[in-house]
Unconditional design. Structure first.
Length: 134
């Protein structure tokens, strides 16, 4: 079942879905995105739970960690893309990833890969460059 995207060229009210199994990271980054960018942020520490809530959250942008138990970030983002075609995303990781792995596994909707440690400003830059923030 595909979920219609809730995005427009410049969404008036961006909604971020943030998925990472490290709760301290999601708590901090979720707060920083909300306070720094003024965007609604839905935080999940389990990718399977995030997929279950995808239709309810209706994000305009997805941020996923790469290495998570049960479902890695590439598989998670491919599933998100299958359910919400065209929904843009980024992958964050604290692990080394080579360009070949990224090119081979990335979904078409992946806008970039950011390496930890990172700042909410890094995410904001990608969102602005892709007209996801005013």
């Amino acid at each position: 079942m595909q979920i219609p995207p809730s995005q427009t060229a410049t969404p008036p009210d961006p909604v971020v879905l943030l998925v990472d199994d490290e709760k301290p990271f999601t708590d901090l980054m979720g707060t920083l995105l909300e306070q720094g960018l003024g965007v609604r942020t839905h935080v999940f520490n389990d990718p399977a739970e995030a997929l279950e809530k995808l239709a309810e959250v209706r994000p305009t942008f997805v941020i996923s960690d790469y290495r998570m138990p049960g479902l890695d970030g590439f598989d998670f983002l491919r599933e998100v893309a299958a359910r919400c075609p065209g929904l843009p995303s980024i992958l964050v990781t604290g692990n080394a990833l080579d360009a070949e792995t990224i090119a081979r596994r990335m979904p078409a909707t992946l806008l970039g890969v950011l390496f930890k440690p990172l700042s909410w400003r890094d995410i904001a830059g990608i969102m602005r460059r892709n007209a996801l923030l005013a």
